[in-house]
Design a protein around this ligand. Structure first.
Ligand SMILES: *Cc1c(COP(=O)(O)O)cnc(C)c1O
Length: 413
């Protein structure tokens, strides 16, 4: 459910015609919907009802300050993977005490900053990282609260590039080593065993892998409690999928039922790390048609957004819906919608039936709120897009379009 819809043939974000934003701010531009994001936070929270839980939004999905502030104002916490993300969270007044820190390569500087800020939980991903965190804790005269991220060796049945819970993955510690590692950590003065963590992948569309992974992890949680480890948090990760094309991911209610059935009996406070499920369908990328080009093999439509602006199709063979900002009639032909970047993978929509547009026509790539702007780059020296946040009939720029001078900031000729 989202708040992007046609009214009298004109695509709107809430009460704002998207074409008005494109004309005013230019293209390419990301547009986010406050009502959609707010709704997604609410339905996830309601699905878990009065079971003790904390929503820690995965900052890497979309790290714009305005989005982070919206989430903080609605009581959300954060899941971060770098010191940079911690700085963003703190910049908008986000609560470090509701923030968890994951990632296989945290530096000691990043750990120190997070511990000093009062982070809720470090999700530790290796034995050596555990020792580094212990050293940081002792240096600061604190016990660093940690959870081991265990790898449950479950196939998440998603794209292999976004699957993280298999034995061969770089993430987490092997499930079988967890008990020994908690025992070792108990002797370290700079650590406090506060929880247990897992995250098996992203864009999950089936409940079976979630249930399988969490059942294993919940069993381990209870076993660790019995051994006297003072765990209070069971972090079940993120990964709930969304509909890009015809996927049928579990509803938030179904997801909550699955999580609670597997892990509810532990009595732990559940930590949820949704990213895509909150912001994915709350954003679109506006683009303008530059040229049409017909070769013996294909119809191409060249647009002003490229893989540097929206990487997911090139990186994951991902599908994004493509909607004209003003509905058009006519006979559809099969087209490849491509960007200006000098790479053969810069194809944003492949073999789509489309009424052949004129140069200048405006379109929206749908479901682009997650891993869109946050994965953008300036490859080909293309300034990054602007970002706009809509709220009802109001809208504002929440990140200016980059200027060409920004491209070489910090460089010396
Ligand atoms: C990326 C990530 C998430 C969020 O994943 P989504 O699929 O966007 O929900 C949550 N937890 C961890 C550890 C991650 O790396």
């Amino acid at each position: 459910m989202n708040h992007f819809a046609y009214h009298k043939g004109v695509l709107h974000a809430e009460d704002v015609p998207l074409a008005a934003i494109a004309e005013s701010v230019g293209t390419p531009t990301y547009v986010y919907s406050t009502a959609t994001l707010t709704r997604h936070i609410r339905v996830v929270t309601e699905a878990f009802g009065d079971r003790p839980h904390l929503i820690c939004y995965s900052v890497k999905a979309n790290s714009n300050l305005a989005i982070l502030r919206l989430i903080a104002e609605r009581g959300g916490g954060f899941d971060i993977v770098s010191g940079g993300e911690l700085a963003r969270v703190r910049h908008v007044g986000g609560d470090a005490g509701k923030t968890v820190f994951a990632g296989v390569g945290k530096t000691q500087e990043e750990m120190e900053a997070a511990l000093a800020a009062g982070i809720l939980l470090f999700n530790v991903e290796s034995a050596e990282e555990l020792e580094a965190l212990d050293a940081v804790g002792r240096r600061l005269g604190r016990r660093a609260p940690f959870a081991l991220r265990v790898n449950p060796d479950v196939d998440a049945r998603t794209h292999r590039y976004i699957s993280t819970g298999l034995k061969t993955s770089k993430f987490g510690v092997p499930f079988e080593e967890a008990v020994a590692l908690y025992a070792r950590a108990k002797k370290m003065k700079g650590l406090l065993a506060a929880g247990l963590d897992c995250h098996i992948g992203s864009q999950l569309t089936q409940t079976a892998p979630i249930r399988a992974a969490l059942s294993k992890v919940a069993g381990l949680y209870s076993a660790l409690k019995e051994k006297g480890h003072p765990l209070a948090y069971l972090d079940v990760g993120g990964g709930l999928g969304i509909t890009y094309l015809d996927e049928t991911p579990p509803s938030p209610e179904e997801y909550a039922r699955t999580v609670l059935a597997a892990a509810g009996a532990t009595g732990a406070t559940l930590i949820l790390e949704p990213g895509r499920a909150l912001v994915g369908n709350a954003g679109v990328l506006l683009t303008r048609v530059l040229y049409r080009k017909k070769t013996p093999a294909r119809h191409f439509v060249v647009v002003d957004a490229g893989m540097n602006d929206l990487l997911r199709p090139a990186l994951y063979e991902a599908h994004h819906g493509l909607q004209p900002l003003v509905k058009r009639r006519g006979k559809a032909v099969e087209v490849d919608v491509v960007g200006p970047v000098c790479e053969s993978t810069d194809v944003l929509a492949k073999a789509r039936p489309l009424v052949l547009p004129q140069a200048g026509e405006l379109f929206a790539f749908m479901s682009a709120g997650a891993y869109g702007m946050s994965m953008s780059s300036t490859y080909n020296s293309r300034p990054r897009p602007a970002e706009v946040l809509v709220d009802g009939a109001a809208w504002r720029v929440v990140r200016e379009r980059e200027r060409v001078e920004d491209l070489w900031r910090g460089e010396r000729a």
